[in-house]
Design a protein around this ligand. Sequence first.
Ligand code: GDP
Length: 140
Amino acid sequence: MSIQRTFSIIKPDATERNLTGAVNAVIEEAGLRIVAQKRILMSRREAETFYGVHRERPFFGELVDFMTSGPVVVQVLEGENAVLRYREVMGATNPANAADGTIRKKFARSIGENSVHGSDSVENAAIEIAQFFSGNEIVG
Ligand code: GDP
């Protein structure tokens, strides 16, 4: 076991419904610590860079439109095996397949509007954190 950091986004469908606190409660109850957090409007360029790996996918335009449609809350989470732990806490990409108690099962509207993002590896977590936070904004 090791202490890791992962990158999280509370997406526009969740901020629109005033669910930031409810999502954060699930995160904290799962033993993850929110060590950085800010509410921002993502620019198209930021969203296109962030989801660049999906550029060729048919849903890419829809995804960028969605992520820039309203405020998001970007976060750094810290804890034991935080990357995998947060993926478990989020649940499956499609809420129809998400396990009970997960954030996506509780709150997501659809496979696209699925309330949260979490990094899929330690390497990507470091890249994603650096896209949105400088070192002195993260206080563990
Ligand atoms: P994640 O790691 O569980 O977030 O899933 P992916 O990396 O596969 O996809 C990234 C994000 O793209 C998802 O969280 C969704 O918001 C969006 N997405 C994935 N598949 C679809 C889809 O079929 N349609 C739409 N509209 N969005 C999708």
